[in-house]
Design a protein around this ligand. Sequence first.
Ligand SMILES: [Zn+2]
Length: 234
Amino acid sequence: MAGPASLFREIHRLRSFAHTLKEQLDRLPRQLKAHHARRDAAQAALNASLNRIKHLKVEVATKEKLLKSKGEMVLRYETQLASIQSLKEYEAKRLEIAFAKTEIGKLEDEILQAMTDGEEETTKIPDLEQALAATKADVTKFEAEITPRRELWQSEMANTLVRLKEIEPGVPKLNRAAYDRTVASMGHDGFACVRQRTCGGCQAELPQQVQNELEDELFVMCRFCGRILYLADK
Ligand SMILES: [Zn+2]
């Protein structure tokens, strides 16, 4: 049976590796979600811009129609002026014409503004389309990479767990309860390598007695941080 030093060194390595693998595996769905969110936001920005252009076009068309009918109305009223006998009626008609002309001026301004806004909005489209294409490409690339990556990490994880199962029975029966407690509470971080009488976990300087016990291949925990100790590889 391997001595505690090499056993705990190996357990520490395997548990740390398994921990890293788990973090990487857990991160994949979050990363995918973030890629999707960026793509959806780019799509929404493009849609909003296209919608705005569409609404501005409708606004221009509607107001141009109204402008045309107002113009025709003014012409009609002006023709009617000649045949009006009553001064009161004449003045009323002239007022209507003046009012319609004011409305026409206002409509012309609004149409010009809507056309300008539409042109301005249209210049944004190429950038928005490019941004969307880029985020879509990112999603495609990530989705293509994610499967082999996940499979590799899952198989490495399975191998690591098998190896742990093989070697963990090597923990002395006497220390098994302490070992289990440490792993349960600290996980992969429940182990520390000792170099120059210093705990690699909490950096505390350890007494010579601890060093002696480790050299005697005894089960020792750091009295400062509670980690299971092992001597560095010579
Ligand atoms: Zn320590």
